[in-house]
Design a binder for this molecule. Structure first.
Ligand SMILES: C[S@@+](CC[C@H](N)C(=O)[O-])C[C@H]1O[C@@H](n2cnc3c(N)ncnc32)[C@H](O)[C@@H]1O
Length: 230
């Protein structure tokens, strides 16, 4: 499963950014900015970004006084991120890492972030457990992920877009139809909203908040690893 996902992202790495902008109508930049704001992090925080891909969320966090480490298990995606960071002179460190087995010590980051990554990992509970482990007590996890918009009008419209238009458009523009069939398939079954909050609670996170954006197309989750003694 992991190897298939890795190969799929390697195959679309070169077109990933353009497709993101087209398929989200440019909204993904706004969602990432809102994620940085929602994190509430001080400017000197050390941040680990998981499933970083081409590093757009890491770049949104960079340019602060702290340290940003961008990780992914797909070298081809990270390579695009490295080039972008160099172009923007963004002080980001890069490391190949599987989100389910992070090569970092316990309690070594002030924050862990992940955008559109968790729905791809083999075991969500393991990845959330790893996020918790590498966070220092009092540290913050912030997650940006797709939801399943409801609502009498917008819900069906969005489902039509994501089930029929997005896979065709994505497949056509990327030349990789399976990757853009995979996206809405995984988004449709991701345990969004209260179910994701429950998954975080089961890994001992506290102060869990979920904020829907764009009618629930995406959610920003924020949660805390409790301080010792909490
Ligand atoms: C949809 S992309 C998101 C990339 C980036 N975070 C963004 O917001 O554009 C998902 C990324 O997760 C990575 N990924 C999937 N499973 C992973 C895992 N188990 N460990 C690390 N990275 C993983 C993929 O290689 C891919 O780069």
């Amino acid at each position: 499963m992991g190897e298939t996902v890795k190969d799929m992202f390697a195959a679309i790495a070169g077109r990933y950014d353009r497709l993101n902008s087209v398929l989200s109508l440019g909204l993904h930049h706004y969602w990432r900015r809102r994620t940085v704001t929602a994190s509430g992090l001080r400017r000197s925080a050390t941040i680990l970004d998981l499933c970083s891909g081409t590093a757009d969320l890491a770049l949104a966090f960079a340019g602060r006084d702290g340290r940003v480490v961008a990780t992914d298990f797909c070298d081809a995606m990270l390579a695009r991120g490295r080039c972008k960071a160099a172009r923007h002179r963004a002080p980001i460190a890069f490391a190949l890492a599987d989100a389910q087995r992070l090569p970092f010590r316990d309690a070594s980051f002030d924050a862990v972030s992940v955008a559109f990554g968790l729905r791809n990992v083999g075991c969500l509970a393991t990845a959330l457990g790893e996020m918790y482990r590498v966070l220092r007590p009092g540290g913050v996890a912030v997650v940006l992920e797709f939801g399943q918009p409801q609502g009498a009008v917008f819900g069906p419209l969005y489902r039509f877009y994501s089930r029929y238009l997005l896979p065709r458009l994505g497949g056509w523009l990327s030349g990789h139809s399976e990757a853009y069939a995979y996206l809405p398939r995984t988004a449709a079954v991701f345990p969004a909203g209260v179910r994701f909050m429950q998954a975080m609670r089961e890994q001992n996170f506290t102060d869990i908040q979920a904020r829907p954006l764009t009618g629930g197309v995406v959610y920003i989750y924020r949660a805390v690893r409790p301080d010792r003694g909490d």
